[in-house]
Design a protein around this ligand. Structure first.
Ligand code: ADP
Ligand code: MG
Length: 730
């Protein structure tokens, strides 16, 4: 019992189901207790201030400096009563992390008396020393000027004795340095465009907001086993490891009971989430062994994004208390399903109407279809951008695998709606005559109540309509979903703007409004048709069919990023006032840089595993075999036939080991050379491209041989926990 693995396995057996910070009260009694929500604001703020803040929250405006002091005072009083000693501005830099720097409330008066201090200026604007966060050249390190300001649409909360204030992060010159600003701007753009379309049907609607529900998938691994795997520790995924004899073929994990140890963990992080106002609703096993999912009830998109980021922090933290590690990587284990974060997305008016919910009334259905076909047209026009938006090194390993949504965009809408759209299309263009228009209206009037039909669900589609919302499934499990949601929102905003302007043009030319709307609905149906696909998205036929339709799939991540600077993309972000070219360029640079750095780290860990763990172990086993052969020679002596018969297997294995080691040595050598060449390149985009083309391929070459060695080397000698242990022990 000497290897890493043996020690880890011994330690593992001491980890039991544990019960930690559970709260036995009914959840309703403590839900949101750690959040400075509306009810607490009402209590801790003066009447006038409370009114003004509520207005800012409702209308998505910034807090006025004139009330900042009072808001800060109220927030501080509450936080100190709750035992908080520090505060921090939480922001989401361009990489998928959350950044924070804690400041103590404690200060001294002029007379030296200690008191808790928290001024409005600290709440509304602050200059964090965050010069090391990637900003794609928009803010040079020595300048180090970034400002963060409270985003009142997301409430402050207390975590581990620290008051956390969700903030936006901008450069000195006002450019967006985070994920939140473009997301908030895209929500505004969508609000404006959607409201203008909805006003064709209901002039009273003043605001349209987005609802988002994120389904979070994750893996759990025992702490000791995790720590005995340098690849998991450093890269959050296994770089080598032979698949287990049994993994998910029987789907028994999906249908089985949640293991007790996992259930205890779930209950523990759920309790913490409830206290922070996160309304978690579902928990279950996923298809892959040791894979699980949880989902909150949907809410306003900005809050949903913040809450998902917070949830990941909680899940990581609580896992440690249970001697577990939670893995959010998109593809931690080869051969079993990866993890995604399905984004359930819909739009809602200030009257509470879900715009993506079809109904039995003809008027509402026409409105529904207007919105619906605008989404389709947008996804078609920017299908490659949608995929670029979810592309990164992690997700690249997941997408395109046969168990994941492929890296080609398509939309599944279900049989009923497919029929409706086809019949509207088949009635011919509006130029024909008035009767064809009436026929189209008839179809709409007769749309049966398209109720949420749960049986009509296509799980292979990256973007599926599920009755009253779209579900974007290609999004990775580890990311801040704002990174793809701001793209989706902007795409739809652009289409709704176009929809409205086409209708206006027809009306100005004398066409009656309803007819004009029908004309544009039909045009959008025709113009978006190639993106609709109702079949099996994992099949090879679809890959061929998609190519015929001109739908581009992602085959290289840095190449996909080019789409961010394509003329159509820049034009869209600029016209919708979400990002300007400069900001897009900076973001692209950060994406490329992140890709390269992650791959560089993986490649280094791969070299370490190969040279320092796998090859020495293989040689140990080979030496044992050599000794074995030598002894056979002694025993069988002159009888060559007997010797050959008995030593054949060992000699075969000895040769195999030598062969594999040779390939691995060469692979490591060549990969290091490829890295050296890549590192000479200064341009981030070119460098990422060279890494993708020349470094990445060696990861597979080396892995293949390492996994073969795992199968022939004595189990007792193997130093790293195996898949069957990582995935089945709990
Ligand atoms: P499933 O696994 O069947 O897709 P889940 O219950 O795991 O369903 O997750 C569905 C998610 O979709 C939840 O977060 C839910 O709140 C959310 N959702 C439901 N209706 C809407 C809607 N109209 N808009 C946005 N999200 C929604
Ligand atoms: Mg689900």
């Amino acid at each position: 019992m000497s290897s890493f693995r043996q020690r880890a396995l011994a330690e593992f057996s001491t980890h039991e189901a544990e019960r930690f910070h559970r709260d036995d009260r009914p959840v309703s009694e403590y839900f949101g207790c750690n959040v400075f929500d509306v009810s607490k604001m009402e209590k801790y703020l003066g009447k006038e201030t409370f009114k003004k803040v509520s207005e800012c929250i409702r209308e998505g405006k910034k807090i006025d400096r004139s009330i900042a002091n009072e808001v800060a005072e109220g927030m501080k009083t509450w936080a100190v009563e709750m035992g908080a000693t520090h505060y921090t501005h939480l922001f989401n830099p361009l990489t998928d992390s959350t950044a924070e720097k804690h400041e103590a409330f404690i200060s001294k008066t002029k007379l030296g008396e200690p008191f808790e201090n928290f001024k409005g200026s600290a709440l509304v604007q602050q200059e964090p020393d965050a010069s090391s966060f990637p900003s794609g050249g928009m803010r040079s390190t020595f300048e180090a000027r970034g400002y963060s300001a409270w985003d009142p649409s997301s409430p402050a909360f207390i975590l581990d004795g620290t008051l956390c204030i969700p903030t936006v992060f901008v450069s000195y010159t006002g450019q967006a340095l985070d994920m939140k600003i473009p997301h908030l701007k895209s929500l505004q753009a969508l609000d404006k465009a959607a409201t203008s379309v909805v006003n064709l049907f209901d002039p009273e609607v003043k605001k349209v907001s987005v609802n988002l529900g994120t389904e979070q998938e994750y893996f759990l691994v025992d702490e000791s086993l995790y720590e005995a795997r340098p690849d998991l520790q450093i890269c959050d995924r296994t770089l080598i490891g032979h698949t287990a004899a049994k993994d998910q073929q029987l789907e028994d994990h999906y249908f089985g009971a949640i293991p007790q140890r996992v259930l205890d963990y779930m209950k523990d992080f759920e309790t913490e989430a409830y206290k922070l106002g996160i309304m978690l609703k579902t928990r279950h096993n996923e298809v892959a062994p040791n894979q699980f999912e949880c989902a909150p009830e949907y809410c306003e998109a900005n809050l949903a994004v913040d809450q998902n980021n917070l949830l990941m922090i909680l899940m990581r933290k609580v896992a440690k208390r249970h001697h577990l590690r939670v893995i959010f990587h998109e593809k931690p284990f080869l051969g079993v399903n990866g993890s995604g974060k399905h984004c359930n997305w819909s739009m809602q008016t200030d009257k509470g109407t879900n715009l993506l919910s079809p109904s039995s009334t003809p008027g509402r259905n026409m409105e529904f279809l207007s919105i619906f076909v605008s989404v389709l047209r947008g996804i078609y026009k920017h299908h490659y951008l949608m995929m670029a938006g979810v592309s990164n090194l992690n997700n690249f390993y997941r997408l395109g695998g046969n168990e994941a949504p492929p890296a080609i965009m398509s939309v599944f809408i279900g049989k009923t709606l497919d029929k409706v759209l086809n019949s509207i299309e088949s009635i011919g263009s509006a130029d024909d005559d008035q009767s064809s228009e009436r026929a189209k209206l008839d179809i709409i009037n007769n749309i049966p109540e398209i109720l949420i039909d749960n049986t009509d669900r296509n799980r292979t589609s990256p973007f599926a309509f599920t009755g009253n919302r779209f579900e974007f499934r290609a999004v990775g499990s580890s990311v801040n979903v704002a990174s793809s949601m701001f793209i989706l929102n902007t795409i739809v905003a652009e289409q709704l703007t176009l929809f409205r302007s086409r209708v206006d043009t027809y009306v100005q030319s004398g066409i009656e409004k309803q007819t004009a709307i029908m004309k544009v609905i039909r045009e959008f149906i025709v113009e978006s048709k190639p993106i609709r696909f109702e079949g099996n998205g994992y099949s090879d036929e679809w890959r061929n069919e998609a190519a015929k339709r001109g739908l581009r799939g992602v085959t290289s991540v840095p190449e996909a990023y080019d789409e961010f600077l394509a003329p159509d993309t820049v034009e869209m972000f600029e016209s919708q006032k979400v990002l300007d070219r400069h900001e897009i360029e900076a973001r692209r640079e950060v994406l490329d840089e992140t890709f390269t750095k992650k791959l560089q780290i993986e490649s280094r860990v791969m070299c370490d595993l190969t040279i320092n763990h796998v090859i020495p172990t293989a040689i140990k086993w080979q030496n044992i075999l050599l000794k074995n052969v030598k002894m056979m020679k002694e025993v069988f002596g002159q009888d060559e036939e007997a010797f050959n018969d008995s030593a054949e297997a060992s000699i075969g294995t000895i040769k195999k080991i030598s062969g594999y080691i040779c390939v691995m040595h060469q692979g490591v050598h060549d990969m290091v050379e490829a890295r050296k060449n890549g590192n000479k390149i200064l341009d981030y985009t070119k460098k990422a491209d060279v890494y993708a083309k020349t470094v990445l391929p060696y990861m597979d070459v080396i892995r293949e041989k390492a996994d073969k060695l795992e199968m022939i080397v004595d189990d007792e000698l193997w130093p790293l926990p195996k898949y069957r242990e990582l995935l089945f022990l709990m």
